[in-house]
Design a protein around this ligand. Structure first.
Ligand code: SAM
Length: 236
C-alpha cells in the first residue's frame, strides 16, 4: 500500500478512537493544558478565529468538511440557510449531532479523498483539515473544494501554526519538511498521521497558481486562517 494511504488509514483510525477525548485539545484540558498563561493566549486567539469567521459572513448553503465534534459546526449553524457537514468518522458525527440544535445539520459520513458533492454550495468551511491532506493530494483536494462551490462561492479555513504548545505535552513536532508525525491517545496508543504545517505566503502563492485568490492571516502564536475564492477555471 502506498505510504500516504497507510498514513491516511492510521489518521482516520486515530480520529475515530480520539473522538470522545477530541475536545480536550480545543478546551486545553488534560494533556493539552499548557498552564494558565498559554491557555489564555490560546483562548484569545480562538476568539480572533471566531471574529474572522463572522467577518467572512458565512451564509446561504454552507458545507463543512471534516466537521469533527462540531466546534465549528456550532459557529456556522446560526448563519447558514442550510448546513451540510461531512466527516469520515461516525463517532465524530454522533458527537456533533448530539450538540444542541445540531439536528438541523445534514450529516454525511464520507471519506474526503473519494467523496464528491452532489451539488454546489455558497460557502465552504474546513477547520484543522488542510494540514491533514498529504502533499501529493493537495491539488486534488483543491479540485474537490472547487467542485463543492457554486459560481462566486467562497472558502474559509482555519489551521494550526507550527507551535509545540498547540498540541499535547507528550507530543513532539516533526522536523521541518516532514509531513507525518506521531500522535498519542490518552491511553498511550500511538498513530503516525499526516500533518503539514503551511506558511501563509507560500500557501497563498501555491493556491494562486491553482486559480484561487486567498488572503491568509496568522494569529500571533497558534493559528492560520484563510478566506478565498476561485479566480479562474482550473486548467487540468
Ligand atoms: C483535526 S480534526 C478537525 C475537526 C474539526 N474540523 C475541528 O476543527 O474541530 C480532523 C477531522 O477529520 C476527520 N477525518 C480524518 N480523515 C478523514 C477522511 N479521510 N475523510 C473525512 N474526514 C476525515 C476526522 O474524523 C476528524 O473529525
Amino acid at each position: 500500500m502506498p505510504v500516504d494511504d497507510l498514513a491516511l488509514e492510521a489518521q482516520l483510525r486515530y480520529y475515530r478512537e480520539r473522538a470522545p477525548e477530541y475536545d480536550q485539545w480545543f478546551l486545553r484540558q488534560g494533556r493539552y493544558d499548557r498552564g494558565s498563561e498559554e491557555n489564555r493566549l490560546w483562548f484569545e486567539e480562538v476568539e480572533e478565529l471566531r471574529a474572522a469567521l463572522r467577518d467572512a459572513a458565512p451564509g446561504g448553503d454552507v458545507l463543512e468538511l471534516a466537521c469533527g465534534t462540531g466546534i465549528w459546526t456550532a459557529e456556522l449553524l446560526p448563519f447558514a440557510r442550510r448546513l451540510t457537514a461531512v466527516d469520515a468518522s461516525p463517532e465524530m458525527i454522533e458527537l456533533n449531532r448530539g450538540r444542541p440544535g445540531h439536528d438541523a445539520v445534514r450529516f454525511l459520513a464520507a471519506d474526503l479523498f473519494t467523496w464528491r458533492p452532489e451539488r454546489t454550495h455558497d460557502f465552504l468551511f474546513f477547520g484543522f483539515w488542510l494540514s491533514h491532506v498529504p502533499p501529493d493530494r493537495f491539488e486534488a483536494f483543491w479540485e474537490l473544494a472547487e467542485s463543492c462551490l457554486a459560481p462566486g462561492g467562497r472558502v474559509f479555513w482555519i489551521d494550526s501554526r507550527r507551535n509545540p504548545a498547540s498540541t499535547a505535552r507528550d507530543h513532539e513536532l516533526s522536523p521541518p519538511g516532514a509531513w507525518t508525525l506521531t500522535r498519542k491517545l490518552n491511553d498511550g496508543r500511538e498513530f503516525e498521521i499526516v500533518k503539514v504545517f503551511h506558511e501563509p505566503e507560500s500557501l497563498e502563492e501555491r493556491l494562486g497558481a491553482l486559480g484561487w485568490s486567498f488572503e491568509i492571516r496568522a494569529t500571533e502564536h497558534f493559528f492560520l486562517h484563510g478566506l478565498g475564492s476561485r479566480t479562474s477555471e482550473h486548467a487540468s
